[in-house]
Ligand binder design. Sequence first.
Ligand code: GLU
Length: 499
Amino acid sequence: MHAQKTRVRFAPSPTGLLHVGNARTALYNWLFARHTGGEFLLRIEDTDLDRSEARHETQLIEDLKWLGLNWDEGPGVEGPHAPYRQSERLDIYREHTGRLLREGKAYRCFCTGEELEAERARAVAEHRPQVYSGRCRSIPQADSEARAAVGDTFAVRLRIPDQPLRFHDIVRGDVEFASETVSDPILVRSSGVPVYNYVVTVDDALMEITHVIRGDDHISNTPKQVAIYEAFGWPVPEFAHLSTILGSDRERLSKRHGATSIASFREMGILPEALVNYLALLGWGAEGGTRETFTPEELTHEFKVERVTAAPAVFDWAKLHWLNRHYLKLSEPLRLVTLATPYFENAGFLLADANAATVGWLEKLLALFLPSLDQLDQLPAKAAFIFRFDSAAALNEEENSALLATESAQKVLAAFAERVRRATGSIRPDQFKLWMNEIKTETGAKGKELFHPVRIALTGAHSGPEFDKLIPVIEEGSQLELPVHVLSVRERVEQFLAA
Ligand code: GLU
């Protein structure tokens, strides 16, 4: 266990939707905090005013809540290190810049854009690394202040010590960067806007972050951040850089690979617990096992950051669907009804304010499709035959017409129709079973020969949910007041024979 209370943060920039990679970063931070009994902070990194938008922050917060990743400090919760939005912390950064300048740890750089460009061009021509020459490093303090006082514009640069920059990474081990490759990084641009590396370090230090867990796209920033900690004399936190997530073609996961935003997974009807379980396994595995299903509580118990793998993880839809099916089957029926209703509503099959009878019926309807449901948005298509039975289309279907063309199929259908027409009231599953036995004896048809024609007549396809469950759903559905009329067994058979 960690002697000091662990404190980690998720520090998203509200410039767009929360995607798989960042959501995994948030989750690993959250799991680490919960596993170690520490604290999880949320900090909004919105210093890029042109690209940051309030609606993205709102969506981000909604996504994190949906995933169940609650924070101990941050927007909406506040806490002793407020504010938690970088745009509200500019005075803090300014104050710290003043300190670094006074102590000579940073200096004003008066180089113009053209001068720096010329320097770069020379470096390229001479095949040298394109790093800042350090021209303004040696401007005496008094001159520097005098120039600033008369309004010369300047950037603020950190004076990088002439020694390699090292840090320890929990995932990658010891990492070292030569100081020449880092040069003197800009902390504050000449526009007065502080840069990411600077503000992130000031905030992480002031917010007493002990472990920085983030994507490995930041690994080259880390030596600069380490140098900033050292300039202030602050303790350097531990780092854990998480590997990139790849698509199935082993290219960096992007929109090309389909949906990657948390909002879109939610819209598709992926359950949050399935996504959390899936993201947890994307670069981490529990000790000594091949187990793959974990509730958030189990993850919290099992999650050791030391077991995060350095190898890139490959996003696997089949596995996400497998987990989603698993959690859909474990869900309370009423919860599923609530989650599924909007999809049916959008398809025009249901109205939002379903009455108790409809809710009860929906529970049964959902149970029909659960065994093969990857995501909830597949429901309207899967259940379309219940709401909009199209006998003509079913008959036109090549495989169906071939199955129905046989003499045996015709006999079976005729015998079935006869019984349906004779029956009074709703058709019950036990009655249906009895009929099928009689028809079997009467026609000599059995197995597929017996069941396929009847199934096509009732559903339009030769495979689908079990009749035992299907018959009540059709019959009860036909009694309900819905935006579309669900045809009863009798109506289906009549329509089918007429088509
Ligand atoms: N705002 C940065 C990002 O979204 C945070 C990186 C970090 O965790 O330091 O990439």
